[in-house]
Design a protein around this ligand. Structure first.
Ligand code: ZN
Length: 171
């Protein structure tokens, strides 16, 4: 599928479509299985200098396998798109402001060229966040307290204290 971002911008068009997730090959390679299509709702337009802007959002739901605990978790994506499309790296360097520069050479681009970086940047660090079994889960504060209790209840620790005490009385 090919899109014409500059033409869409000239015509002030809103792009609303669903693209199979397989069209985003780098993103799709990270999934446990291909999930919902990627919903694209992006308005194209031009700024005062005639530059091509695209603003909107991408949404989809995909399942990832955690690299640590192998658990598969569903993740909802709702990604903001706010980019300025430019035809060269030189033009991108001149761009100062709130837009992300996106260099597209030629008049046409695939959905992956336009939106895949946004999807990749939105990937969760830990798909299984909150799972009990994942070694990368956040430590709950009570875990540290339990460790402290375990040390106190250790009979060998008490033995060691008794021995220390005995040693001191002998001095
Ligand atoms: Zn995990």
């Amino acid at each position: 599928m090919q899109l014409s971002p500059y033409q869409l911008a000239r015509e002030n068009r809103k792009l609303s479509l669903e693209v199979p997730v397989d069209a985003f090959s780098r993103f799709a390679a990270l999934l446990a299985e291909a999930g919902a299509p990627v919903r694209i709702d992006v308005q194209f337009g031009r700024d005062e200098q005639g530059r091509c802007l695209m603003q909107g959002r991408l949404s989809t739901t995909q399942r990832f396998r955690c690299a640590n605990c192998r658990e598969v978790e569903a993740c909802n994506f709702d990604v903001v798109v706010d980019a300025c499309i430019l035809d060269s790296d030189e033009a991108a360097k001149e761009l100062v402001g709130t837009f992300d520069p996106l260099v597209i050479e030629g008049p046409r681009a695939t959905p992956a060229e336009l939106f895949e970086d946004d999807l990749l940047l939105a990937l969760p660090e830990r798909p299984c966040r909150g799972s009990e079994t994942c070694p990368h889960r956040e430590q709950a504060p009570e875990a540290a307290v339990k460790d402290e209790g375990a040390r106190r209840d250790n009979p060998f620790a008490i033995l060691a204290e008794l021995k220390d005490g005995a040693g001191r009385t002998r001095e």
